[in-house]
Design a protein around this ligand. Structure first.
Ligand code: ZN
Length: 192
């Protein structure tokens, strides 16, 4: 279950915080993949760890140097978060992340600009995924934004192995069938 946390500062929209995240966790046995689109992620590490985040991801744009990013990663680890992720926006260069490959469990490549659902998939971001794999990154690569029946195959082929879909699933008539279809396509194309 992917949880999009927005603070009205890093992005214009405010969504939800630790209390709602924790409430979501009470209704599912699934891991909570918490995506912090907030300005001060280290400050809230403990709150989201306590709320039950299994994966906690922050944005490189709010800690845009290897040193600053390391401070956030350490704060997340100190808070007891199991898996730490770092995210880049579509217009952010992913190359500095190479220095952090061994320190994060997941790299989230945004395929739309964060803040609003239902945006069109930016196809150029597939190059970021290919670059990360070519540079030797072996952890999870997650794609978030505009993932749907049309775009999921190329995401998987590029090297993505975690797929976030909101509108494409919640807007479908047959939600379980849609998820099943996405999973089948992604699994098939991941090993092409
Ligand atoms: Zn997200």
């Amino acid at each position: 279950i992917h949880v999009d946390v927005m603070d009205g500062h890093f992005v214009p929209v405010i969504t939800l915080g630790p209390a709602i995240t924790q409430a979501v966790g009470r209704f599912t046995g699934l891991p909570l993949d918490v995506h912090l689109m907030i300005s001060e992620p280290a400050r809230y590490a403990e709150a989201f760890a306590k709320a039950g985040a299994h994966v906690l991801t922050f944005h490189w744009e709010v800690a845009p140097s290897v040193e600053e990013a390391r401070v956030v990663i350490q704060a997340f680890r100190d808070a007891g978060v199991e898996k730490v992720g770092i995210s880049v926006n579509p217009d952010t260069c992913q190359e500095p992340l190479a220095e952090l490959f061994d320190e994060v469990d997941l790299i989230l490549v945004m395929s739309v600009f964060p803040g609003f659902g239902g945006q069109k998939f930016i196809v150029e971001v597939l190059d970021k995924v290919r670059w990360l794999r070519a540079a030797g990154y072996e952890g999870w690569i997650e794609m978030d934004g505009g993932v749907n029946a049309e775009t999921i195959a190329s995401c998987a082929e590029a090297g993505t192995d975690v797929f976030v879909a909101g509108s494409a699933i919640f807007g479908a008539e047959d939600i379980p069938g849609t998820i099943e279809g996405f999973r089948a396509t992604a699994t098939e194309r991941m090993h092409v």
